[in-house]
Design a protein around this ligand. Sequence first.
Ligand code: CAA
Length: 318
Amino acid sequence: MFRLFSSNMAFFTHHIKRSFSSSAVRNVVIKNVTIIGGGQMGAGIAQVAASTGHSVTLVDMTDDILKKAMKGIQSSLRRVVKKTFSGDPESGDDFIQKVMQNVSTSTEPSAAIATSDLILEAIVENMKIKQDLFGFLDKMAPEHTIFASNTSSLPISDIASATSRPDRCAGLHFFNPVPLMKLVEVIATTSTSPETSESLLNFTKALGKTPVCCKDTPGFIVNRLLVPYIMEALRLHERGHASKEDIDTGMKLGAGYPMGPFELSDYVGLDTIKFIMDGWSKKEPDNPIFAPSELLNKLVAEGKLGKKTLEGFYKYNK
Ligand code: CAA
């Protein structure tokens, strides 16, 4: 991703001027959004932003990835309109068409970045790549542009440190499936300005989501509680105390969760769960909450990552 952008750097820096005065930085009404990363999360965020009238540019490295993302957005929109426009399929079709018109795609984001109020990254969970990306975009984006990361586990302050605008950097953490999950975590570092937080809170409300605020602490709110719960379920199963099916049934029928921990892990991706846990256990190797799971490590090593690879704890049809 960074390599792709850096080849165009001279072009960007030549064409993009910092044309906003510092007073304009105070209150940013977010209308134009650039989303970097056309995976499941990036595409889901693009869909929701476009559905609520924002102008969205979805950026990724290849046209193939972007084509797949647009196809995913279209089929998710079909599911949404089936419910919201039931009995009026024509209005449903119009809605889909309008939403799709609000999304453009690009492997070359300079024009979009020049007019972006918000750049939101949803790329691979790798600190160096995120820092390189943000450091690079920082040189091209207008002064008022807010930078946000959808990372589920990396410190926002470390990502922001690659920019000259830590006051305009924050976390904006969405949940899968983005079109359905109502929550967005708004993460403020010690450097994030109150105006930036306020702009992001207003943006998430404009998306029809409910924001919650959290400091830049590992796992924020939801993953800090959800991931140890999943790991505890794995350990219960690994000790031979209950089958994964019974644990899933137990949590669905006994605790009212929509999915049991094994189903949810498959849905989120076992690699994602492992990545989050490995990060925490590196920082606190003696904390039993963060102890690794052999079963999880084995499945990830075998490439059984859950629904996306058609096998994780369970098997799936295409
Ligand atoms: N887009 C649009 N609509 C969708 C959709 C999507 N991607 N996925 C499902 N739907 C719709 C379906 O069309 C269906 O609509 P109808 O009721 O009109 O038929 C409805 O949602 C229900 O879907 P399903 O019948 O397929 O399945 P379900 O009832 O089990 O609901 C679910 C699916 C919403 C995913 C639900 O199981 C659920 O809430 N699961 C928990 C998800 C969760 O916890 N997510 C957070 C993960 S953690 C995370 O994301 C953070 C991180 O950093 C790791």
